[in-house]
Design a protein around this ligand. Structure first.
Ligand code: S3P
Length: 431
């Protein structure tokens, strides 16, 4: 059976931001609708960009960009909802824009660390005032134009940190160089290069480095089709690998950026049958293709630090798969999981245990012991979309019965997740 998944969350938000900064009308399609995309689009509209309604079918949206110096202050706080990417990237944009704005978000976002971006952006000359706890939203950013140049070593491999600095350099007309311990997703770099921005990047002793040496004065509008989100496809593929579909499932038109596909390697190591076909016809800024998975007997897997940036968002799902794999699944070098939409180490271990699975926290990861016993019980999502979907997949497997306390949490990245899952289960029962 063939399915598609909603547009990539990372690319949707970057495309909306860059189109808003371009001078003129861009045409974007395949955008994620609802959830995090809606939050970022709403914030950009408050800042003066013209962005049409994001349609559920991914059809074309016209964005009227205002240029680097055309953003206008908003008289009310920008509410980024659950979106860490939207918040951190916009902090970079606003830092270089010369305007003042206040950013806030939902309870989860207000508990997440922001100093990892406000610290380097302050060094460039922007000013940040935290309303309550230092380093947590709400924060007011007083941008400056132009900004000072920056050479920054990020202690974490984070695409959000890297992108915030690159965008600040772009909008604020400042040269920037960012180093990170290893290469994090490179969507910002690819999109910037596709609109003619010159970047130099490559491996260095301390990890990976990207440099914007000569920021351009403007970027021109562009057309871009966002592929399906590999992080959403992962849930469908995991369901197929666990035998949930009763047949092979293929996810079409999915993004295959090499910095995002480590989950597929992990799934193969677990014993799953995975096929990847790159669609050469639509190979543009980002690689796109079809990924298929079929049922297999899974075995436990070890995920270590080197692999983590390439599958950071899929780790809750790997832990869930570990509950149904033979032997132990171990994740290490992933302390970042504690700073996501929830503390994903604590959330996975607590919920797996609630279902009778043996699981232990590590400071920087977890261990899960696979079992054949039916998994039954109630799980607490902590408002985290990926926790909700990881247990949604497990719960849809024959013999399991899992109540997810907040199914709506899935909407921020995968609107239609539950309906798709139910249709796949129904298709299996009628086959
Ligand atoms: C994202 C980067 C990752 C990822 C998040 C999306 C992005 O976060 O977990 O879901 O779009 O840049 P970090 O950059 O904090 O690792």
């Amino acid at each position: 059976m063939k399915v598609t998944v909603p547009g990539d969350k990372s690319l949707t938000q970057r495309a909306l931001i860059l189109a808003s900064l371009a001078e003129g009308e861009s045409r974007l399609s395949g955008l994620l609708h609802g959830g995090d995309a809606a939050s970022t689009a709403a914030a950009l509209r408050c800042l003066g960009a013209g962005i049409g309604v994001l349609p559920p079918d991914g059809s074309e949206v016209v964005v009227e960009g205002v240029g680097f110096t055309g953003l206008t202050p908003s008289d009310r706080p920008l509410d980024l909802g659950n979106s860490g990417t939207g918040t951190r990237l916009l902090l970079g944009v606003l830092a270089g824009s010369g305007i003042t704005a206040t950013l806030t978000g939902d309870e989860s976002l207000r508990s997440r660390p922001m100093s990892r971006v406000t610290e380097p952006l302050s060094r460039m000359g922007a000013r940040f005032e935290y309303a309550g706890q230092e380093g947590r939203l709400p924060v007011t950013v007083h941008g400056r134009h132009p900004l000072d140049s920056l050479d920054w070593m990020s202690p974490v491999a984070s695409a959000q940190v890297k992108s915030a600095i690159l965008l600040a350099g772009l909008v604020g007309g400042a040269a920037v160089r960012v180093r990170e311990p290893s290469l994090s997703r490179d969507h910002t770099e690819r999109l910037l290069q596709s609109v003619g921005v010159k970047l130099q990047s490559g491996a260095v002793d301390s990890g990976w480095q990207v440099e914007l040496a000569a920021p351009p004065e403007r970027i021109w509008p562009f057309d871009f089709a966002v592929p399906g989100d590999i992080s959403s496809a992962a849930f469908v593929l995991a369901f197929a690998a666990l035998g949930g579909a009763g047949e092979e499932l293929a996810v079409e038109r999915v993004g295959l950026n090499p910095t995002r596909t480590a989950f597929l390697d992990a799934l193969v190591r677990m014993g799953a049958n995975v096929r990847v076909e790159v669609d050469t016809a639509v190979w543009g800024v980002e690689r796109v293709g079809t990924v298929s998975a079929a049922a297999a007997r899974l075995r436990g897997v070890c995920i270590g630090e080197d692999e983590v940036p390439g599958l950071i968002d899929e780790l809750p799902l790997i832990a869930a798969l570990g509950a149904r794999a033979e032997g132990v699944t171990t994740i290490t070098g992933a302390e970042e999981l504690r700073a996501k939409e929830s503390d994903r180490i604590a959330a996975m271990v607590e919920n797996l245990r609630a279902l009778g699975v043996r699981a232990e926290e590590r400071r920087d990861g977890l261990d899960v012991e696979g079992t054949d016993r039916p998994l039954r019980g109630r799980v607490r999502t902590r408002g985290d979309h990926r926790i909700a979907m990881a247990f949604g997949v497990l719960g849809a497997i024959d013999g399991n019965d899992i109540e997810v306390d907040d199914r709506g949490a899935a909407d921020v990245s995968f609107p239609g997740f539950w309906a798709l899952l139910e249709s796949l289960v129904a298709a299996r029962s009628t086959a």
